[in-house]
Design a protein around this ligand. Sequence first.
Ligand code: COA
Length: 143
Amino acid sequence: MKIQTLISNQAAIIRPLQSQTPSRNWSLSETKELLSSVWVQGFGLFDDETLIGICILRVIEDEVEILELAIDHIHRQKGFAQKLWNHIQGAHAKATFFLEVAEHNNPAIKFYEKIGFTQIHRRDNYYGAGKHALVYTIRPDRK
Ligand SMILES: CC(C)(COP(=O)(O)OP(=O)(O)OC[C@H]1O[C@@H](n2cnc3c(N)ncnc32)[C@H](O)[C@@H]1OP(=O)(O)O)[C@@H](O)C(=O)NCCC(=O)NCCS
């Protein structure tokens, strides 16, 4: 296993993983554009040359938003998201992280709570009628 920075010309291999997240579908050009932004960083978890996990961040100084996190469905519940998180928090040790997650996304909520995120807000109907978002954060004094 290795973790590498993702760059915009890897958009085609990233999209199958993006499609496993609850967020909207990104087109190839949108994914390329996203990863070209100076504010965006992508990390990929590779098993040999196969991409099995992604985490895409928006980084503005010491505020980091997790835009996308996904582990390929056949590789879940084996500690790979934890491995990716360990790497990312090492790379942003002083950052406050934020994310939003659908209220019904139990695996993701369990994961974020396990790694120390706490809920700070709820956005009613954020994803559509009756589909609420929860906002979570974790601060630099987390250790
Ligand atoms: C959320 C997600 C990234 C977790 O990835 P993962 O590699 O399966 O997670 P890990 O194996 O590292 O799990 C670490 C901890 O998270 C929790 N967890 C992960 N999946 C869980 C599940 N399905 N049910 C309950 N708890 C779960 C557990 O506490 C687990 O620790 P444990 O194994 O000691 O019990 C994965 O389920 C996924 O890709 N989901 C689809 C995309 C998505 O919803 N992304 C989040 C958008 S905000």
